[in-house]
Design a binder for this molecule. Structure first.
Ligand SMILES: *Cc1c(COP(=O)(O)O)cnc(C)c1O
Length: 227
């Protein structure tokens, strides 16, 4: 399938999910996750009208950024080692995986003077051992501590749900993240507006949207899987 056809299908599903949950489709941003595909396929996504691209590996992400650069807004969605921040920070406008203060400190150090980096705080709402992210109970304290790092702007919270055949079983996890987001939002912290929710992937984005997602990260069912 062409990216264009997949994109049309995803857009139609977003429309339906928004209708079911009385939401405005304009609030949903699609991040095409290009980690499984070539530069050419990522270009095809851009040509189809996709503006946000997501990568979880630094080397491959930078290769695509070098080739495609300013045609897209770049999102880093993978685990991020502090020592790698320096080489990637200029390319990615959003970081979805902020989960520790040592990483925040490094980002703050490497961001250009006077600039801000848009970060999502990653939360492990389902408590799976294999997933990174903060325990929900740690989130409020962590976000408070981030005020020490003036270059960090907490735009929202992010989670990665486990794969479940029955997507309904994920609904409580998405709802939990939304409630946490609302708690932070209500504090109206200057460094943490926290209006966004990065949740939902190919398998579960419709449920995530019904529960408030504003950035959905879709790989296989949008650009496909070449490797
Ligand atoms: C790979 C990946 C995705 C996309 O996964 P698909 O199931 O292919 O849509 C989304 N988010 C993160 C963090 C990923 O690593």
């Amino acid at each position: 399938m062409s990216v264009k056809q997949n994109f049309e299908h995803v857009q139609a599903s977003i429309q339906s999910a928004c209708k079911r949950s009385d939401r405005d489709p304009a609030r949903i941003h699609i991040v095409a996750v290009t980690k499984y595909v070539s530069v050419e396929r990522a270009q095809e996504a851009i040509n189809a009208g996709i503006v946000h691209l997501g990568e979880n590996r630094i080397e491959e992400g930078l290769d695509k950024w070098t080739a495609l650069g300013s045609q897209a807004t770049w999102h880093f969605i993978g685990n991020l080692q502090s020592k790698k921040v320096k080489k990637m920070i200029h390319a990615f406008e959003y970081i979805h995986s902020l989960d520790r203060l040592s990483l925040a400190k490094e980002i703050d150090k490497r961001v250009e003077e006077g600039e801000k980096k848009k970060c999502f705080v990653q939360v492990n709402v389902t408590g799976e051992e294999s997933k990174s992210g903060l325990h929900p109970d740690e989130v409020m304290g962590f976000i408070d501590d981030l005020k020490k790092y003036p270059s960090i702007e907490v735009v929202g919270l992010m989670t990665m749900a486990p794969f479940k055949e029955d997507k309904e079983t994920l609904r409580p996890a998405f709802k939990h993240l939304r409630q946490l987001k609302e708690r932070v939002e209500h504090l109206q912290l200057p460094h943490a507006p926290c209006h966004e929710l990065s949740m939902g992937m190919s398998n579960d984005y419709e449920v995530a949207i019904e529960e408030g997602a504003t950035f959905i990260r879709i790989g296989s069912s949008l650009v496909g899987k070449e490797k």
